[in-house]
Each structure stands twice: as C-alpha cells, then as structure tokens.
Design a protein around this ligand. Structure first.
Ligand SMILES: CC(C)(COP(=O)(O)OP(=O)(O)OC[C@H]1O[C@@H](n2cnc3c(N)ncnc32)[C@H](O)[C@@H]1OP(=O)(O)O)[C@@H](O)C(=O)NCCC(=O)NCCS
Length: 222
C-alpha cells in the first residue's frame, strides 16, 4: 500500500481531482487511500473519503507519509494552500491523466494536474501547481506560471507567456506570442489578441481588458 494522497479542498475542483487520482490509481494498478483535507468542513468522512483539517492531518501524518494535491480552482487560494503545504514539509504530487501524455521536452513543476484530453506540445513549461482541466491545449514553447488554472477547452497558442496565479476561462483562446500578466483573468470564450497587463480581466472577442476589481474572485465574492 502506497502512502496516502491528500486532496486539499473538498469543493468541486477537489472532488474532480480525487476522481482523477482514483482513475489514475486504477490505470496504474496502485492501491492507496485518498483523503480530503479541508479547514471549513467537519469530518470524519466526506463522500466516503476520510476528511481532516490541515492541523489534524499534520498530527496524523508526518511529511514523508503524505503527499498533497491542491483541490481549488481559485488561483490565489491555490497559491496560499500550496505555500502552506510546502512550508510544512509536505510534497506536492503531479496528477497526469494517461491521455495527456506530456512530451519529453515538456517541463512540469510540482503539483501539476492534467485532466483527460489535455494536449501539451513540445517545449512547454508548466510551473508548480498549475491545473489544466479537460481538453486544454498548450502549444509549442508556451509557458504557464505557478498556480494558474485553465478551465476546460482553453487554448494557448505557441510562445505565449501566462503569468502566475492566472485564470483562463472555458474555451478561451490566446493568440501566439501573447503574454498575460500575473493575476490575469480571461473570461469564458474570450479571444486574447494582445498582451494583457497584470491583474487584468479580459472578456469578449476580440478580448477587451479592464482592471480586475479589488478582491475579485473568479468563483464569486468572499
Ligand atoms: C469573466 C468572468 C470572470 C466575469 O465574472 P463577473 O465579473 O463576476 O461577471 P458578471 O456576471 O458580474 O458580469 C459582468 C459583465 O461581464 C459580462 N460577462 C461576464 N462574463 C463574460 C464572458 N465570459 N464574456 C463576455 N462577457 C462576459 C456580463 O454579461 C456582464 O456584462 P454587463 O455589465 O454589460 O451586464 C466570468 O463571467 C467568467 O467568464 N468566468 C469563467 C468561468 C469559467 O470558465 N468557469 C469554469 C469553471 S471550472
């Protein structure tokens, strides 16, 4: 039995990641427990998986005995949980669906999750804790910064630079050689034709950018 995997966050993205991890374990013929860690829910079980707060998980599992994936879709929150997990000495695991098959030239950081049907072309780089949902395509030489999330069907063309803690909405498209600054949010279906500065929100076709309001969250206000 391998050491357990903890999915930090038991909301929608966390449950999707748990399912991805379970599928991968079946493909790999691997047996291990997958637990949820969530500081807002009370255990002992959530959807048949053990559920602990981070503090409780630390009491029960020393760092070599537990690995984490971050189960949140909000980039700022992904960043803070990943930093907390790493600071406590735990490792972040990559979850890569077999259909994603990154080429040898791809460089992947820690805690990267690739859903079914993700396409990575040659020489892409995905930094730590990047989450690419189903059917995302990242073309040759493109770069995606740490903690960024691409929702299903997002397309990033060749030589693009996507910053840290960005969110690219479902079915958006980013033209080749275009950069998106840190904290950028690209709305569903937006077509990004020009460079986007830091903390900008882009919608429409052609994409129009405006500053992201203070405290903006992709998944609703706090
Ligand atoms: C772009 C986005 C972040 C804006 O969020 P928001 O500011 O809370 O949006 P609101 O619903 O308040 O809409 C604000 C305005 O933007 C428009 N708008 C919102 N999303 C848009 C989009 N994707 N494309 C074009 N216009 C959009 C709204 O019609 C509204 O226009 P109005 O002011 O003229 O009435 C959000 O709509 C979006 O696309 N999120 C990504 C969703 C996604 O990919 N989910 C995947 C989950 S895994």
């Amino acid at each position: 039995m391998e050491i357990p995997l903890a999915v930090y966050g038991a909301g929608g993205a966390g449950r999707e990641l748990r399912d991805l991890a379970m599928q991968m374990d079946v493909f790999a013929g691997r047996e291990r427990e997958i637990i949820f860690v969530d500081d807002l829910l009370n255990g002992p079980l959530f959807e048949e998986s053990r559920l602990y707060s981070f503090t409780k998980a630390q009491e029960l599992f020393s760092p070599p005995d537990l690995r984490f994936v971050i189960g949140l879709g909000e980039p700022e929150e992904r960043a803070s949980l990943a930093e907390k997990v790493l600071a406590a000495g735990y490792g972040l695991e990559n979850l890569i669906h077999p259909s994603a098959r990154p080429p040898d030239s791809a460089r992947l950081g820690r805690g990267v999750a690739l859903y079914p049907g993700v396409f990575l072309a040659c020489d892409v780089c995905l930094e730590d804790n990047v989450l690419l949902m189903a059917s995302v395509a990242v073309s040759h030489d493109a770069y995606v910064g740490a903690h960024s999330v691409c929702a299903a069907g997002a397309k990033i063309a060749g030589h693009c630079l996507v910053g840290r803690r960005c969110f690219l909405g479902m079915n958006c498209a980013v033209r080749e050689n275009t950069s998106i600054g840190d904290g950028g949010v690209i709305g569903m279906g937006a077509v990004v034709l020009e460079n986007v500065g830091e903390n900008m929100l882009v919608t429409g076709n052609p994409g129009r950018a405006k500053p992201k309001p203070a405290g903006f969250r992709v998944f609703g206000r706090e």
